[in-house]
Design a binder for this molecule. Structure first.
Ligand SMILES: *Cc1c(COP(=O)(O)O)cnc(C)c1O
Length: 465
């Protein structure tokens, strides 16, 4: 399969190349040239498959030519072997025809493990075959960093450098990163904010001359296509468990960068009968404003109790725009050019297509806390703040009670004790047993000045792989 850029001016790449790059040279994001489509009969025949078996069916067409069937099966088995629950993505019922899809059973307690456990094993496999070593560099305000580190810690051919803003991530999140002591894992606490971290990474991808000649940078943020691909699987898994393709299902997705819900849209295009796809946002509501008022403009960042959705711009929305504009790269280039000055307006036909595909709803902190309280009072089930936003948006936008509504639970409540306490819980939610000693573990990280030369020479000097 070939992959093309959303801005239409970069050469097409194969799967292996697309996994090992970041942005396309024209500034766009890569998407598959064509999507595999499965017939209703074929999807029906998958009922009862294990998560790993289903993952193979769905991902095989995307990787064909780069990874053999046997290799793909092995990568999948290894990727999901660290999940605590045998179902990998279990469903829990919270109301009539209303379900929570627990995507936090992986090693770092957030849904990002689904993509990053897979990506880590995939990279390890590809790099061994190519006899190549790479440097993974990323910025994190929380969940991505720990999931990426966990995904790469055992990869012999990867050095991973994760930058987080010094003293500005929660203690659970920091410790999940800094207590991984393998010597190919490097945590940098940058004396700056998250934007400084991100700019540092962007600049380094733009000019990689600080690295030895035989090394290149690989991106692990959600612009990496393999991450999106791995996330398509759980939509099918939940759908099949609830009666698809014999009946439709709906999904509500706590949304930040639009990676997760974009995978849901792809599942629909590939044949899963999805009725509603609900974009749930916190007060950083650019997507909700775009859909309801055609207002896709940057506003200042709000710090909320659901920090993993605190974004000003949803980078993966560009992939969606590409389809809404019938894959016209010139149009996307124009829109993104407009957006540089702060805002873009969708044309009539693109906007009406988007409205047909998605519902949206915005939930502020106070309302979110009410939801955690209310659901706990009724069911004794404790939601994390992101999931609570998804559940509220589902309840507000739901059109049909006879269609199962699946709310994606993107994190375990123990990751966000501040919100859980504010919602009235008397003690912090307990960490799962494999992490119960997190606060006693040894930490290792380096505090560096917010200076590109300092960071780049630190990276070059500390390569281990
Ligand atoms: C990353 C994250 C999100 C947002 O997902 P996107 O793919 O960026 O839309 C939501 N909730 C949690 C807990 C996350 O870590």
């Amino acid at each position: 399969m070939k992959y093309i850029s959303t801005r239409g001016q970069a050469p097409a790449l194969n799967f292996e190349e697309v996994v090992l790059t970041g942005l396309a040279p024209d500034g766009g994001l890569y998407v598959p040239e064509t999507l595999p489509e499965f017939s209703q009969e074929e999807i029906a025949s998958w009922a009862g498959l294990s998560y790993e078996e289903l993952a193979f069916k769905i991902m095989a067409p995307f990787v064909s030519g780069a990874v053999s069937d046997e290799e793909l099966k092995q990568i999948i088995t290894e990727a999901y072997s660290t999940f605590r629950h045998d179902a990998i993505a279990p469903l829990v019922q919270t109301g009539h025809n209303e379900w929570i899809l627990e995507l936090f059973q992986g090693p770092t307690l957030a849904f990002k493990d689904f993509a990053l456990q897979f990506l880590g094993h995939l990279l390890d496999h590809l790099l061994k075959k190519r006899n190549q070593k790479v440097v993974v560099m990323g910025a994190t305000s929380g969940d991505t960093g720990s999931a990426a580190i966990e995904g790469c810690r055992r990869c012999d051919n990867i050095d991973i450098y994760i930058l987080h803003p010094y003293q500005r991530v929660s203690e659970v999140q920091r410790r999940q990163m800094t207590t991984v002591l393998e010597d190919n894992v490097h945590n940098i606490a940058l004396k700056g904010n998250f934007d400084d971290c991100q700019n540092m990474v962007k600049t380094s991808f733009g000019d990689q001359s600080f690295l030895p000649e035989d090394r290149q940078l690989v991106a692990v943020n959600s612009i990496n296509w393999a991450r999106i691909m791995a996330q398509i699987v759980y939509y099918f898994y939940a759908g099949l468990a609830l009666g698809a393709p014999g009946r439709p299902v709906s999904f509500s997705v706590p949304t930040g960068n639009f990676g997760d819900i974009f995978a849901g849209y792809l599942a629909k295009r590939m044949g899963l009968p999805i009725d509603q796809l609900v974009i749930a946002t916190n007060s950083n509501d650019i997507l909700h404003r775009c859909l309801s008022d055609n207002d896709h403009s940057k506003q200042s960042l709000q710090h909320t109790l659901s920090p993993s959705m605190d974004i000003m711009v949803s980078s993966n929305f560009e992939r969606m725009l590409f389809d809404l504009y019938d894959r016209d790269g010139d149009k996307i280039r124009g829109l993104m050019e407009d957006f540089k000055s702060g805002a873009m307006h969708l044309d009539e036909s693109a906007l009406s297509k988007a409205k047909e595909l998605f519902s949206s709803h915005k939930v502020d902190d106070e309302t979110m806390l009410d939801v955690i309280r209310d659901v706990f009072a009724h069911t004794e089930y404790l939601l994390d703040p992101h999931t609570a936003i998804g559940l509220k948006a589902a309840r507000e936008t739901r059109r049909r009670q006879d269609i199962p509504m699946v709310c994606l639970a993107t994190a375990h409540p123990a990751k966000f004790p501040e919100a859980v306490r504010k919602a009235g819980q008397e003690s912090d939610p307990a960490l799962p047993t494999h992490m119960a000693d997190l606060f006693q573990r040894e930490e290792r990280y380096d505090v560096l000045d917010n200076d590109i030369g300092t960071v780049q020479s630190f990276i070059a000097k500390n390569l281990k792989a």
